[in-house]
Design a protein around this ligand. Structure first.
Ligand SMILES: [Zn+2]
Length: 321
């Protein structure tokens, strides 16, 4: 069992803040301008006889304070960013759902915000259109975990399903955690928002729309789920393989890789069980390196997929050109 304390603690404050976006727009925070978004917000990649498309749903520019990396001094965090030629006063956090086109299926991995997020988000649908895809074309949405940036795009503000023809596949332990009413009641006030948001998205779903899967199983031909609990209680990765080529969708195994791949021991404020997240981070990165998988991450810099190499005591993300 995971310690309940860690799930009801600071991590959830981050999760619910992500849902409503308030942490991003504190009035006292200095204005560092808008995040840089890619001109063309989608990128295609071949994987055997499948195609992967990364879509940028926008980004948020977050002033970098002591709270973002919970277990390292701010100077060390800034020094690691500076060593990579990155700004040190803020962090740009992108959001990157992926679409897999395989055997006539069109599968969306995580959703971004649709029209529920701050103004520099919600870009996904426009980019899909530019890539020649309509929301109706998506037949399956696969969810890694229930934080708002990963699920909010399932329903728009008006409550309509954004992908009307899609079955929605969710990790069973993740669904069990967030839909547990007793747990929601027991949660601290600041933590309740994330539970309520899960109900906004998954409440009233027709039973035939929602599929709960056990992490560790093949959920669709060529797509295997991998339990990677820690970031949330049911956080799940996906390995995709076709004709000997492999891709790992790492979801929130790390937040921005410039910090948490380079230093996998560091904890982002959003990791709910930080010790477990740390262990699973190394384990999964080692798997990606050993199996020579292409990797993609939801918060990786666009196009958010590329190679993972061992670098020092951590790992380096090498985006595709
Ligand atoms: Zn996330």
């Amino acid at each position: 069992m995971l310690a309940r304390r860690s799930f009801l603690g600071a991590g959830l404050v981050g999760a619910s803040a992500l849902t409503i976006g308030s942490v991003w727009s504190q009035q006292s925070a200095p204005n560092f301008g808008a995040p840089t978004l890619p001109q063309v917000g989608f990128k295609r990649m071949k994987l055997g006889d499948m195609e992967l498309i990364a879509f940028n749903d926008g980004a948020l520019r977050r002033p970098l304070g002591e709270e973002f990396v919970t277990n390292a001094p701010l100077e060390q965090v800034k020094a690691l960013l500076a060593s990579q030629g990155l700004p040190t006063d803020y962090v740009d956090i992108p959001f990157t759902p992926f679409v897999i086109i395989a055997g006539g299926r069109r599968i969306l991995l995580d959703t971004g915000f649709a029209d529920n997020g701050p103004p520099t988000t919600g870009k996904m649908l426009g980019h899909m259109q530019a890539a020649g895809l309509k929301p109706e074309d998506i037949d399956t949405v696969v969810i890694s975990h229930f934080h708002g940036d990963h699920i909010n795009g399932l329903r728009n503000k008006a409550g309509q399903l954004v992908y009307p023809n899609a079955r929605i596949m969710v990790p069973k332990p993740e669904h069990a955690f967030w839909m547990d009413d007793a747990r929601m009641e027991a949660a601290a006030p600041a933590a309740k928002g994330a539970f309520q948001n899960a109900r906004r998205v998954f409440g009233n779903l027709p039973a035939d729309k929602l599929v709960q899967f056990d992490p560790g199983t093949e959920i669709l031909p060529g797509i295997t789920s991998v339990a990677a609990y820690g970031h949330t209680p049911g956080h799940t990765l996906f390995k995709v393989s076709s004709q000997g080529q492999g891709f790992a969708y790492l979801a929130d195994l790390t937040n921005v890789p410039s910090l948490f791949a380079r230093n996998p021991e560091w904890s982002v404020t959003f990791d709910m069980d930080k010790d477990m997240a740390r262990l699973v981070r190394r384990k999964m990165f080692d798997m990606v390196v050993q199996e020579k998988l292409m990797a993609g991450g939801f918060h990786f810099p666009f196009p958010a997929f590329g190679g993972i190499e061992v670098a020092g005591n951590g790992y380096q993300f090498k985006p595709v050109a």
